[in-house]
Design a protein around this ligand. Structure first.
Ligand SMILES: Nc1ncnc2c1ncn2[C@@H]1O[C@H](COP(=O)(O)OP(=O)(O)O)[C@@H](O)[C@H]1O
Ligand SMILES: [Mg+2]
Length: 316
């Protein structure tokens, strides 16, 4: 059974110019212990998808199942329970951490709010969590501004782990870090996943990062999931024209490799009051009349889903 199942999830925002379809009819399931990478350009709805699943935002439509239970609408009590099972790690630990809280206070806070441990037990647990994420004990009383980005993200990870969650939305967790530190944090996250059987939804616009960490990858374009399959397969055989363009933009280190970067022309469709049909069509070299109809995410080959009625022609 999948740990998380999302069916036709929608999150719309009312704006002065109309209804903005930030997440539109997204469906997927995620097995326990696996990582789903979610990629796409800035503004395509990755963060909104993660936050809506975690109930940090109310959904507009669709269903969310967690451990087989429908959590689409939850009571206050239930929300408290879910907070233990589902956590988030943010991109910028500096703005998500309270600047007036020391390292130990920050990590202790979720334990205090839940209120099941004695003071001494909490201190012990803070020590343990600091060790788990590789923070030296001497940093206990340091403040976020005294630490570098990597250490700040380690605090964010320790805090997210405090309540022993099953599922963590990782929202661009290494995007603000130096490349040299990114690998350390990614390896820490992989290690923690293995030891604790964690399930991740890993949101990023960085394709090299997503390839490294994901079992499966979902590609989003303007609120919709346009392609999803096993990580290696996506890089080997991208089908959706948008995925192909996205992957073609990755620099290839081989000087003999042909530069086949696909440059997108045409206007970007607005996510406000969008028409039915493929949102990528205006920029797509393969677009025809058929693309004006709603596109269904269909199984192109076992485990490989594509929302493109022209997939046969594109892949020919
Ligand atoms: N609170 C909000 N009110 C109105 N529009 C929003 C709000 N949050 C996000 N959006 C819009 O929803 C779309 C998706 O945003 P977001 O999920 O942050 O994208 P991503 O994380 O992929 O960069 C964008 O068009 C963004 O402007
Ligand atoms: Mg985002």
């Amino acid at each position: 059974m999948a740990l998380l199942e999302v069916q036709n999830l929608k999150k719309y925002f009312k704006t002065p110019r109309g209804i903005l379809h930030a997440v539109d009819d997204v469906t997927f399931s995620l097995e326990e212990g696996k990582t789903l990478g979610v990629v796409g350009e800035s503004g395509c709805g990755k963060s909104t998808l993660g936050r809506t699943i975690l109930h940090l935002l109310d959904s507009t439509g669709g269903k969310i199942f967690f451990k087989g239970e429908d959590i689409t609408v939850v009571s206050r009590n239930k929300l408290g329970e879910l907070r233990e099972d589902m956590q988030i790690i943010f991109q910028d630990p500096f703005s998500s951490l309270n600047p007036r809280f020391s390292v130990s206070q920050t990590i202790r806070e979720p334990l205090e709010l839940r209120g099941r441990l004695s003071k001494a037990e909490m201190e012990e647990e803070v020590d343990r969590l600091m060790e788990v994420v590789g923070l030296a004990p001497r940093l206990r009383n340091s403040y976020p501004h005294e630490l570098d980005g990597g250490r700040r993200q380690r605090i964010g990870i320790a805090r997210a782990l405090a309540l022993k969650p099953k599922f963590i939305v990782c929202d661009e967790p290494v995007s603000a870090l130096d490349v040299s530190i990114q690998a350390q944090i990614l390896n820490l996250m992989l290690d923690l996943q293995e030891k604790n059987g964690l399930t991740y939804m890993f949101v990023t616009h960085d394709l090299s990062v997503v390839k490294y960490i994901s079992d499966e990858i979902a590609v989003m374009y303007l609120g919709q999931m346009v392609e999803k399959c096993e990580s290696d397969r996506l890089f080997e055989r991208p089908i959706h024209p948008y995925t192909q363009a996205l992957l073609s933009a990755i620099p290839i280190p081989d000087i003999h490799a042909q530069n086949k970067r696909i440059l997108l022309k045409g206007e970007i469709t607005s996510p406000i009051n969008p028409k039915p049909g493929c949102r990528f069509a205006a920029r797509c070299a393969y677009a025809t009349e058929k693309c004006r109809e709603p596109q269904e995410l269909r199984e192109w080959e076992p485990g490989h889903f594509v929302a493109c009625c022209r997939a046969e022609e594109v892949s020919a």
